[in-house]
Design a protein around this ligand. Structure first.
Ligand code: TYD
Ligand code: MG
Length: 469
């Protein structure tokens, strides 16, 4: 037995809702105490009476968990290999997936390819494009070779109209591009506000569940808070995936932030080309394709994205500074982490870095956030500062502490196995790290000073020594 109880007051009232995380406040403040974003609170009028929050309470007796009817969610393949990999097999009927990403990163491209692949399997898809005209979508479909009789397009942005189309077409997959541009009656005038986004999503989630229809909601990640970020929906949907990458590079990573039907540590890797996004089977090889193996300042880091190892080249450039405040610039690497490593190198490895400009970056437009990248990054800086390269068959992995000590990182075996597969034969790793695969030599180091001493090759009489000691 279930009863529902209305929580709202009868009169409309004003609340302030964070467009980034959805937390609401009775008064406006400049900073959301929940997600710490600034200037994201928006005034929203919450209607009283019928539109108030409904709480459903179960009055029935509790049952032993063993007697609960269990439903197994069977994922259906999307036909896009890397999407299936990220989603642990595909899309579950009745599930709602939020696909987030910055504008221009490839969300519409990916969903169009997915839609075509579904339709190709004889399953009907309704694509609601509330952002682009039918002609624009048709053009993209033609370019992506996605024209198909079972792929239906609607450009009506009203959720009520979408529901009508669902009644008429009964699709197995609904794609809404994007959730910030559709609107629904009774939730304020402007699409994209937290209230509208949430109301639209709630309705579409309900439709997905009652119709047992897989649904994908596309959401723009926006930094300035002008649109409600997809974060407000994370708890409403079953699965959250994010497409990321650098718009100037071809590589795109599909990460899973939440998944009610599978693990969240899977990763999909794509390459953007004129033919759309294609699945990348061997991303490490792609990352290292243009590597200049002999130059100082380059170190390969066996990174781990979820449970997938990826070899990423980290680079550093060190030049004498011409300003009283030397520059520190980093791409794809946290600037504070770089500052810390420079301090550690100066203090514990005796590298004078106070009067040089330091530039570091992760190649391929990826962001490296793991602590395990400390050691390779420190070695890259040391190599660039001294002009001494590492042996090109070397990878390095380890966290660096403030005392200059090197600590172990997780899943070392898996990282080194990937490095070995791609021909790397030397690993600079912490003392406590497990044994590497057979055929791989180790340089075990306890401190950053030891690592610099052991890993850098002899000076090849290069004149680039910018920090004479
Ligand atoms: P799009 O999918 O529209 O991005 P989003 O929906 O996330 O805003 O695509 C973004 C970019 O991708 C666009 O600038 C053009 C480029 N692109 C290709 O390089 N190849 C293609 O086949 C397509 C369809 C797009
Ligand atoms: Mg788009």
């Amino acid at each position: 037995m279930a009863s529902s109880k209305s929580l709202g007051s009868a009169r409309p009232r004003r609340v302030y809702v964070c467009s980034s995380c959805g937390h609401s406040y009775p008064k406006w403040t400049g900073n959301c105490s929940q997600c710490r974003e600034w200037n994201t609170l928006e005034e929203t009028v919450v209607a009283g009476g019928n539109a108030s929050v409904q709480v459903v309470a179960t009055r029935g007796k509790a049952v032993p968990l063993t007697e609960v009817e269990r439903v197994t969610a069977t994922a259906q393949t999307t036909g896009v290999a890397e999407l299936d990999r990220a989603l642990s097999g595909g899309l579950v009927p009745g599930s709602v997936t939020l696909l987030g990403g910055e504008p221009g990163i490839g969300k519409s491209t990916l969903t169009m390819q997915l839609a075509a692949s579904w339709a190709n399997q004889g399953r009907r898809v309704l694509l609601v494009s509330a952002e682009e005209s039918a002609a624009q979508v048709g053009q993209r479909a033609e370019r992506l070779n996605a024209l198909h009789d079972d792929l239906w397009l609607s450009t009506d942005a009203a959720v009520e109209a979408v529901v009508e189309q669902l009644d008429e077409l009964a699709p197995e997959l609904l794609i809404v591009d994007s959730i910030q541009t559709v609107h629904i009656e009774g939730a304020g005038a402007t699409p994209g506000t937290a209230g509208q986004v949430r109301a639209c999503a709630h309705r579409l989630v309900a439709e997905a569940k009652t119709r047992n229809m897989a649904t994908i909601l596309v959401g723009h990640l926006v930094k300035d808070g002008s649109l409600a970020g997809p974060k407000v929906l994370e708890h409403v949907v079953d699965t959250v995936v994010e497409l990321s990458g650098d718009r100037h590079h071809a590589l795109r990573l599909l990460r899973v932030a939440k998944n009610r039907f599978g693990p969240t540590d899977a990763l999909g890797v794509f390459e953007m080309s004129m033919e759309g996004l294609s699945s990348v089977k061997d991303p490490s090889r792609l990352f290292l394709a243009d590597r200049a193996t002999e130059s100082p300042g380059s170190v390969v880091f066996p990174a781990l994205e979820g449970h997938r190892p990826l070899l990423v080249e980290l680079q550093a450039l060190v030049v004498p500074s011409t300003t009283p405040h030397p520059r520190r610039s980093s791409q794809g690497i946290d600037a504070r982490r770089l500052a810390l490593l420079l301090a550690v190198l100066e203090r514990w490895a005796g590298l004078p870095l106070g009067a040089v400009d330091v530039f570091v970056g992760a190649v391929g437009g990826v962001a490296v956030t793991e602590p395990g990248a400390d050691l390779p990054l420190a070695l890259a800086v040391a190599s660039a500062a001294t002009g001494r390269p590492l042996n090109p068959d070397t990878v390095a992995c380890g966290e660096v502490g403030l005392g200059g000590e090197i600590r172990q990182v997780s899943r070392s075996e898996q990282r080194l196995a990937e490095a070995h597969r791609l021909g790397f034969r030397t690993a600079v790793i912490p003392l406590s790290a497990p044994e590497p695969p057979e055929g791989m030599r180790t340089i075990r180091v306890a401190t950053v000073a030891e690592a610099v001493k052991a890993a850098l090759q002899a000076d090849r009489s290069s004149p680039e020594e910018v920090s004479p000691q």
